[in-house]
Design a protein. Structure first.
Length: 319
């Protein structure tokens, strides 16, 4: 009897809270929204600016892109009030970085996902002097010459670094990593044959493939990609299940009311599905996604488990 009385007394309060949440969502937004993003000119910044213009028209409020270096954008969003007026868009390094270095945020605890916005499957590029012309031939060559082939990557824990280590583990080969201060310098090293292969984005290497300066052996997706429709998947070319990509995701601070997150999700995904936006993102080397908040949350947790194992097995530490 004590418990039933307690429930009866709390019920009106809970009903009032639920009602307030609905009212807030119906009135939202009543002022400009800040969308935190990484450095200007980055792929994620391109996505942020495309989304901000379209979503602002739908919401009836300005969406202001606020660029911050490093992980400052994420840290700022994690500490912001959960009212829907501060959002952040960032690359998948948000949930991978804490696996290799100390960060001032926990992507699962401190952020509430709105949607996985874009996907950029990596491609396996080689210097054309390398005799291997397919993934199977590359694996055979690497096994015949253990420790002799090099792959270029940027800093520890980045998408192209993890892609290389996953390749080594799944193929059972000994290929030596050569770290560079960024993807651009790594690509220059590949062109100069300082390294024989690297994993990179379509924008990093496909133009060099067309000019004959590089060769592409496969795309690291489970199905053919519109970014390189004529390139076979690595998964179907000798490494079943191989997949490596860089994504961009939108978040609100943790505990943002669900109705507001759902409203944002609906408007952002509507933008991502716009034909013109899709075309412009594809030109920037990005496939549109648009997962639900729940699907995004599951994806992130699964990806953390996947790359966490690779990082442990490969003994990866911060450079």
């Amino acid at each position: 009897m004590v418990w039933s009385c307690l429930v009866l007394r709390l019920s009106p309060v809970l009903m009032m809270a639920a009602g307030l949440g609905t009212v807030n969502a119906q009135n939202y937004p009543t002022k400009p929204i800040r969308l935190l993003a990484s450095e200007p000119g980055a792929q994620v910044d391109t996505v942020a600016r495309l989304i901000s213009k379209s979503v602002a028209a739908t919401l009836g409020q300005a969406v202001i892109v606020d660029n911050r270096p490093g992980f400052i954008a994420v840290e700022t969003a994690a500490k912001a009030p959960p009212d829907g007026y501060t959002l952040v868009i960032y690359a998948s390094s948000v949930w991978v970085a804490p696996l290799v270095q100390k960060t001032n945020f926990d992507p699962v605890r401190d952020l509430s996902p709105i949607t996985l916005a874009t996907n950029a499957p990596l491609l396996l590029f080689t210097n054309p002097t390398l005799p291997a012309k397919s993934v199977k031939e590359l694996i055979a060559l690497a096994k015949a010459r253990p420790g002799e082939l090099n792959y270029g990557s940027s800093s520890s824990g980045t998408a192209n670094h993890l892609a290389g280590e996953l390749f080594k583990i799944m193929a059972g080969v000994d290929i030596v990593r050569v770290p560079y201060k960024g993807t651009g310098p790594a690509a220059v090293g590949l062109l100069a044959n300082q390294v024989q292969l690297m994993f990179g984005s379509a924008t990093t290497g496909m133009s060099q493939v067309k000019s004959g300066k590089l060769r592409v052996l496969g795309v690291a997706s489970l199905k053919l990609s519109a970014l390189a429709p004529d390139v076979p998947t690595i998964s179907a070319s000798g490494l079943p299940g191989y997949e490596a990509a860089a994504q961009s995701c939108l978040w609100a601070p943790a505990k943002t009311p669900r109705p507001i997150v759902q409203r944002l999700h609906a408007d952002i995904v509507r933008t991502l599905n716009d034909a013109d936006v899709k075309e412009r993102l594809l030109a920037a080397g990005l496939e549109t996604v648009g997962l639900t908040p729940e699907q995004t949350n599951t994806y992130i947790k699964t990806d953390i488990a996947k790359w966490g194992k690779v990082i442990r097995d490969a003994g990866i530490r911060q450079d």
